[in-house]
Design a protein around this ligand. Structure first.
Ligand code: PLP
Length: 453
């Protein structure tokens, strides 16, 4: 039976069952409550379907690419079929390669390692550190935080037009911000990059779990994402896209699996012929469980109907934003403004509260798991906070007094496994904490704000 987008949008239960939905946690104030996991942007819970598929495969687990035995052949087939499933999920071109990595960070570091000589890199300062930092051997232009999507495109156009010569260039951009949840104008940035002879890689760590991604439609050259944010927490990631730079470069890791043949030379050294497939960058025994889990998640999201997942998530986004807007002390962080399209990732500060203290109280008194800090996007969060602290605030240190700038922020994030109740509990808790204050004392231990026992 198919479910209409409208009906799915109204559903108050999570559209996709996840593990941990019935886990209870203790409250400092007494009793227990089911855990409200609202930190999907860090790591999403595993889809039940992913877990079931992995459990069904586990007895058949065997070595990949090497063994002659039946289970090795089965595992190799599953591994290679997972590549096909991921390519389909990402709408890849026929000649794209899907390389399995450990994570988005690993994928972008792999791309950084295969940049052609002299490649220039263009990246906005607003990126997650995984996109901001891997380009250590390239000449990098860091673009200032734009205040509208159009400004982002114009800034990139200007920077690319100003580059000397027409050597290789790469633009790295996120699809959805891990701080504001706002969508970036990926298609337009890709067109600008290509118009200036540059290539573009999409950091889809936050986009892929919330939104269909099509390499072909967006016309990006590569896309990177992580399994653990896509409901497949088994330590694997993906870099998919153009084969030429990948195959022209030395392997990311040297070792078995990446090499086709190895022989001794007359001079005593060794000669290596490397693979020219994705295997070139997958040396070592691959994480077949992690890869299979990603493929299972891709299939589950597609089969559930991404448009109905998006529609329901958008209703939750609207509910959280409405609820926060009713609390005058709350300021939601945004780069592109209220009307910008966004996914279920929302960061905010509360006047008069240290964010770590607020997050600790949400956990200890309401059983709600959010994240506090600068979210591995320090330049962006500091720009949004209007502060430039060298250190993060601690809950034991003086809280930001009314009118003072916050040192860090709180992030709430959710997705296909989130029931309405978690969002309602969160909105109610924010209101109650702001109006009535915390019911417990907190102190800093090892840099974390925790309830004082
Ligand atoms: N890019 C973005 C936008 C992210 O939000 C994250 C993680 O939070 C990453 C990259 C890095 O992902 P991973 O830690 O899985 O490598």
């Amino acid at each position: 039976m198919s479910v209409s987008v409208d009906a799915a949008c109204q559903a108050t239960t999570a559209p996709l069952p996840v593990l941990g939905h019935d886990v209870t946690v203790p409250l400092v104030t007494g009793g227990e409550v089911t855990y409200a996991a609202l930190d999907y942007a860090a790591s999403a819970p595993a889809l039940q379907r992913v877990w079931d598929d992995v459990a069904a495969y586990a007895p058949y687990y065997g070595s990949v690419h090497r063994g002659a035995g039946y289970l090795s052949q089965l595992s190799t087939d599953l591994f290679e079929n997972s590549r096909v499933a991921v390519a389909e999920f990402l709408g890849c071109r026929a000649d794209d390669q899907v390389v399995f990595t450990r994570s988005t960070t690993d994928s972008l570091n792999l791309l950084a390692a295969v940049l052609p000589a002299g490649c220039e890199v263009f990246v906005f300062e607003t990126e997650h550190h995984a996109s901001l930092l891997p380009w250590r051997d390239a000449r990098v232009t860091y673009l200032d935080a734009p205040r509208t999507p159009a400004e982002a495109v114009a800034a990139l156009e200007r920077a690319l037009a100003a580059r000397a010569g027409d050597g290789p260039a790469l633009v790295c951009v996120t699809g959805a911000s891990n701080v504001t949840g706002e969508l970036w104008p990926v298609r337009e940035l890709a067109a600008a990059a290509h118009a200036h002879g540059a290539r573009i890689v999409l950091d889809a760590a936050q986009l892929a779990p919330h939104h269909p991604v099509s390499v072909t439609d967006l016309d990006v050259d590569w896309v990177a994402f992580s399994g653990h944010k896509l409901y497949a927490p088994f330590g694997s990631g993906v870099l998919a896209g153009r084969a030429d730079w990948l195959q022209a470069a030395e392997p990311y890791l040297a070792g078995g699996g990446a090499s086709r043949t190895v022989g001794r030379r007359a001079d005593g050294g060794v000669d290596v012929e490397w693979h020219t497939t994705a295997a070139r960058h997958e040396a070592g025994s691959p994480n077949v469980i992690g890869v299979y889990a990603i493929a299972a998640a891709c299939k589950a999201l597609t089969e559930a109907g991404f448009d109905r997942l998006v529609a329901r998530e958008q209703r939750l986004v609207a509910r959280v934003r409405e609820g926060l807007a009713e609390v005058p002390a709350v300021r939601v962080l945004s780069l592109f403004g209220d009307d910008a399209p966004r996914v279920g990732v929302i960061s905010f500060v509360v006047e008069g509260w240290n964010s770590s203290h607020f997050a600790a109280a949400l956990s200890a008194e309401y059983g709600i798991g959010v994240r506090d800090g600068l979210f591995c996007a320090h330049p962006l969060v500091r720009t949004l906070l209007g502060s430039d602290p060298q250190t993060q605030g601690e809950c034991g240190s003086p809280e930001a007094a009314p009118g003072e700038k916050s040192l860090n922020a709180i992030r709430v994030s959710f997705g296909a496994g989130t029931p309405d109740e978690h969002v309602e509990r969160f909105v109610g808790a924010v209101k109650e904490l702001v109006t009535e204050g915390a019911r417990w004392n907190y102190r800093t231990v090892d840099g974390r704000c925790v309830p004082a026992v």
